[in-house]
Design a binder for this molecule. Structure first.
Ligand SMILES: [Zn+2]
Length: 269
């Protein structure tokens, strides 16, 4: 290699001419040192965004998952542990196992009762407590990106809808000095052809303007994480569900950003 060619090559490299490599390096530099906080309702909801969480965790981002309820009412017909404290303890262990597989920070438990005591008429006081706890956690961890459920909660579960709503309420209630962003992961409408998964509620892709490409390893970890939640999914479902996610997402997670940036307007139209 003659000297002139060598010098030219160096100049091109330092100018970022070879885009793919420098682009990736830049993306990773932007990610290391950042923090994500995902706020979910139950111990196993992390799976609904698990491949994405694993993706960032492996790139040096601190990923915190906040679990609002203890999941004590998550009794299933195949796992012979009734509703109650023992089941909540088991689910705590399952969540920790899943968090380890996905590379997450230790789960943050808010310890609220499953279904937020809606049946006992204590829903309002539970919502107030939830709002206070989420606000405190935002201030303590200062996440750069927050994730939670959108309006339909991905599965339509009332707890999911409620948690997403309270996180949004806290987020929009003030101007956070470190300028965090809020996103709602979702499956795009029309992506679910298999009727057995029709319980998933979707969002039209025109609203899902943030799209993050994932790797096979992210889905492999998701598959392992599903294996942790033995109280919630039969063995066959623990295998099928991560494959379903991978198939529907087609290698990218789609998210709806909460956005209020841009110029002020004086019309609805
Ligand atoms: Zn859930």
């Amino acid at each position: 290699m003659n000297k002139l060619f060598y010098v030219s090559l160096l100049a091109l490299l330092s100018a970022g001419f070879f885009n793919a490599g420098s682009h990736t390096a830049k993306a990773i530099n932007n990610e290391a040192g950042r923090a994500i906080m995902a706020v979910v309702a139950h111990p196993d909801d992390e799976l609904l965004m698990g491949a994405l969480l694993s993706h960032y965790a492996t790139r040096g981002v601190k990923v915190h998952v906040v679990v609002a309820t203890n999941g004590a009412l998550g009794q299933t017909d195949f796992f012979k542990v009734p509703e109650g404290k023992t089941l909540a303890e088991i689910r705590r262990g399952e969540m920790s196992c899943s968090g380890n597989v996905l590379g997450l920070e230790k789960p943050i438990w808010l310890g609220l009762p499953d279904q937020l005591l809606a049946t006992e008429g204590k829903l309002q006081s539970q919502i107030d407590l939830l709002r206070y706890k989420i606000d405190s956690l935002f201030q303590l961890y200062k996440p750069n990106a927050m994730l939670t459920f959108g309006a339909a909660g991905m599965t339509g579960h009332p707890d999911h809808r409620l948690i997403g709503n309270v996180v949004t309420e806290v987020f929009e209630s003030k101007s956070w000095p470190w300028k965090p962003k809020l996103f709602y992961p979702a499956l795009p409408t029309g992506s679910i052809n298999d009727k057995s998964w029709a319980t998933y509620l979707t969002v039209d892709s025109s609203h899902l303007t943030v799209r993050i490409g994932l790797d096979s390893i992210d889905y492999a970890r998701l598959g392992q994480a599903y294996q942790c939640h033995k109280s919630q999914y039969r063995e066959s479902v623990r295998i099928k569900l991560p494959l379903f996610m991978k198939r529907v997402q087609k290698g990218q997670v789609m998210l709806r950003p909460f956005s209020s940036t841009g110029p002020l307007k004086n019309s609805l139209f």
